[in-house]
Design a protein around this ligand. Structure first.
Ligand code: ATP
Ligand code: MG
Length: 362
């Protein structure tokens, strides 16, 4: 290790000065009391200078050797920890700089440790959530299979029903795994966005048609806020945006009151952006939940007796997709009044032919 030594002479200078003053006074007093000789100012001054210089040099050399050895040891130990904040190659015996460096080092380490702790908590939470989500459908499937093996297979009246229920459990497992897979891809930025120009009105109408039966079961009407007679072209990944719209509308149905309404509006925002709003008059949520609903696995109703069995991944996927497009998503919600989710999209550039642009999102 190439070592550059930064010295501090202050300490040695002051110590030497003290020693020289004290010894000179002592000598002067000794000479004066013992009346050995006339006090000569010149020899006293000479004595002072010699003592000062000798002390200074000795203290400086000794200190440097002593402190340097100790501090070098510290530097070496710290570089064993592969500290990036400790500048290898420069050893200082200057206490002020050293203290500053050590403080900075400790602060950096603390930040590093805190980040690791948060990550560790997150990892534990995440694993706990996954196993919890997978457990329920897996036990359902296992239960039906065991019942069938235990004899229900012979009973024609129930075997189909049990197999269908087991199938539902498997579907649920596949659904969760697919969501997790998508989230992982979105998080590592490994998702290909296949951007193209498409009509957002048509896409929303498609989603309405697909979810009509689901909404009908709760007598929820899916509508636009007005008649959109002309297409509104936007630029994005059509399938992913369809998933966003679908997730948001499914939520508005799941958390909507019976006979409620889900309304979608599309407005011009700024020159090249539109904002799509999905508003419901459902159960809404209280203020404290709003900042957290985009977290993975976050659900307002955490009880196992949820009537709407989601895994809490839907909105997290929605947010990732919107952010992968470089756009923004907003939410406003009032408990027992309703919620409004809105997101921005880029308007299609009329100068670009309707084609597909493939790009890596990261
Ligand atoms: N429109 C809404 N009205 C009221 N609450 C909502 C609405 N949308 C989402 N939430 C709340 O936010 C939580 C998270 O929603 P998210 O879509 O991420 O999960 P989920 O619907 O429970 O499950 P998943 O979508 O993965 O099947 C929901 O559990 C619900 O409590
Ligand atoms: Mg959902």
């Amino acid at each position: 290790m190439a070592t550059r030594v930064r010295k501090s002479y202050k300490f040695a200078f002051r110590s030497a000065l003290f020693i020289a003053i004290i010894l000179t006074i002592a000598l002067w007093a000794f000479v004066w009391f013992s009346k050995m000789a006339e006090i000569q100012l010149l020899s006293i001054s000479l004595f002072f200078i010699v003592v000062f210089l000798t002390s200074f040099i000795l203290i400086q050399i000794r200190l440097e050797k002593y402190i340097y050895r100790r501090i070098k040891q510290i530097y070496d130990d710290v570089s064993l920890l592969e500290s990036s904040s400790f500048t290898s190659g420069s050893v200082t015996t200057d206490m002020k700089t050293l203290t500053e460096e050590i403080e900075k080092f400790a602060k950096d380490k603390k930040i590093e440790i805190d980040t690791l702790k948060i990550r560790e908590e997150y990892r534990k939470d995440f694993l706990g959530n996954i196993s919890h989500e997978l457990k329920t459908p897996l036990f359902t499937v296992q239960g039906y299979i065991l019942t069938l093996l235990d004899g229900a297979l012979e009973d024609k009246s129930v075997r189909k029903k049990y197999l269908q229920r087991a199938q539902k459990g498997v579907d649920r497992l596949i659904y969760i795994i697919k969501d997790l897979d998508l989230i992982t891809k979105l998080e590592v930025g490994d998702l290909n966005l296949e951007r193209s120009n498409f009509d957002i009105i048509e896409l929303i109408q498609n989603v309405f048609d697909l979810l009509e039966i689901k909404a009908g079961k709760k007598k929820i009407s899916l509508t636009f806020d007005m008649n959109y007679d002309t297409p509104i072209y936007v630029f994005g990944d059509r399938d992913k945006i369809q998933q966003v719209v679908s997730n948001l509308i499914v939520n508005s149905i799941k958390y909507g009151h019976r006979s409620g309404t889900t309304e979608v509006s599309i407005e011009n925002l700024i020159r090249n952006k539109v904002i799509i709003r999905i508003t419901d008059n459902g159960e809404g949520m209280s203020e404290e939940h709003v900042p957290r609903i985009f977290e993975r696995f976050y659900r307002v109703d955490k009880s196992g007796s949820r009537k709407e069995g989601g895994s809490g991944l839907g909105l997290s996927i929605v947010k990732h997709i919107i952010e992968a497009h470089g756009e923004k998503i907003y939410v406003e919600s009032v408990l027992d009044v309703g919620s409004e989710f809105s997101f921005t999209l880029e308007k299609a550039d009329p100068n670009i032919e309707l084609g597909t642009v493939s790009e890596k999102n990261n």
